[in-house]
Design a protein around this ligand. Sequence first.
Ligand code: ZN
Ligand code: ZN
Length: 138
Amino acid sequence: MTDQPLRTATCGCGALSVRTTGAPERAMLCSCRSCQSRTGSGISLSAYWTEDQIVTRGAATEWVRDCQDGRQALHRFCPTCGTTLWWTMDVFPGLIGVAGGAFADGDFLEPAKAYWASLRPGWVDRIRTVETLDRQGT
Ligand SMILES: [Zn+2]
Ligand SMILES: [Zn+2]
């Protein structure tokens, strides 16, 4: 266990954090309406670890989100900065989801599947054709 990589995801203000041990059980992209609403984007990056791989810190606010097909997710978010940092879903018992973008070194995440492609906005598939800038544009 000692050679398992430890990683930390944090909310925007640092009041909440999640420490993960080892590789995630799964990582995926998702374009369901719930993820689009949660992230404000057309596609989310989520990673799931088993409960024994996760330690959370901080006083999160909880909210149950109704998802596609009658599923539910119990989201934990920061009452100060609003970042949804981790959650559980009834369809993934025993797993804790973490927002992929909340890891400073999120490049280690390699999503294996893209869920809800039927709801994915067309621009996601055309993103390689968009003018790209290495830094903030004006
Ligand atoms: Zn925060
Ligand atoms: Zn989703």
